[in-house]
Design a protein around this ligand. Structure first.
Ligand code: FES
Length: 87
């Protein structure tokens, strides 16, 4: 079981390894629109644990350019461990 931590609210949620973080992010208040990595509404900042997310998708690379701290929550899956994000 992986853990997603929202820095803004200090909320922590458990997510099954390998699963998308979209539902949990939506519940936390992150706005989603296209869910396809095109609109950018679900942009998040990864504070800790970037390596615990799956590799950026092509859509994320197209939208964000070089991936440093930002990801698109509709595209991210958590591999395991914990990731702290901010939105
Ligand atoms: S919801 Fe549009 S990029 Fe994620």
């Amino acid at each position: 079981m992986a853990k997603l931590i929202f820095e803004n609210t200090s909320e922590e949620v458990d997510i099954e390894d390998g699963k998308s973080i979209k539902d949990e992010c939506e519940q936390a208040g992150i706005p989603f629109a296209c869910s396809e990595g095109v609109c950018g509404s679900c942009i998040i900042e990864v504070v800790e644990g970037m390596d615990n997310f799956t590799e950026p998708t092509q859509a994320e690379k197209d939208f964000l350019g070089e991936i440093q701290t930002e990801r698109l929550a509709c595209q991210c899956k958590i591999k395991g461990g914990s990731v702290k994000i901010k939105f």
